[in-house]
Design a protein around this ligand. Sequence first.
Ligand SMILES: [Zn+2]
Ligand SMILES: [Zn+2]
Ligand SMILES: [Zn+2]
Length: 271
Amino acid sequence: MKTEIREDAQRVQVEILGSGTSTGVPVLTCPCPVCTSEDPRDKRLRCSVFVRAAGVHLLIDSGPDFRQQAFRAGIETIDALLVTHHHFDHVVGMDDLRPYLFSNRTPIPVHAEPASAHALRDMFSYIFRDGTYPGVPRLEMHDVRGPFDVISRESPEQSVRIIPIPAVHGSLDILGYRIGRFAYLTDVSQIPNASYSLLEGLDVLVLDALRDRPHPMHMTIEKAVETAEKIGARQTYFTHMSHEILHQDFEERLGEGMAPAYDGLTFEAQL
Ligand SMILES: [Zn+2]
Ligand SMILES: [Zn+2]
Ligand SMILES: [Zn+2]
């Protein structure tokens, strides 16, 4: 099934490819009410989003469900992969980018926070270090040290500016990304004060909200709501949700301008 999206170069068009925590929801072997819910919004693949802006196509994270997500969203081109961090649920589908290089051999840049980039070079050494295996996807790793541009691989005159948002995920430094008036921030336990100024004037924010019980690496729902209020985007969607929260219950708890994300949700922001 293909999602029909008319591209508008002046808008940031976003599709939630996955809204679930690292196990996905339903969790294998779990008989709980969320895992057995018949609401399609309770079926959460691993976290990822696809972004179209200024004729440029960006994938944020490529987890274990990427191939399936790409079919569902009808993703035909990818100009860059933006990595939030190197945890399994965000990167292990990276090799599945290979078909996007079959007809256009221009390498796909991968942007990651320097420590994550280092870890990824080790995890995928046959891509980033050896370069001898013939089936290797042509991906080029870039350490993110500040704002950067992504150029369209089809039409190099088109490009879009990416603002990295430094954040903290337990003991790990991770990155969120801002494109125009849209920002994506998953797997965060804390947002440093200096990052708040990068999050001003947002139309849409997507923010981590794992569950109600505390977790050392993620925001609870309570903290996520508090953080969303402080950032003040016109609309906030919560993501990386566990099987401890039913979509409908979560939705009913939230005030105006806040809602749980779900797989397949699409929205737009100003560029
Ligand atoms: Zn995660
Ligand atoms: Zn469950
Ligand atoms: Zn993580």
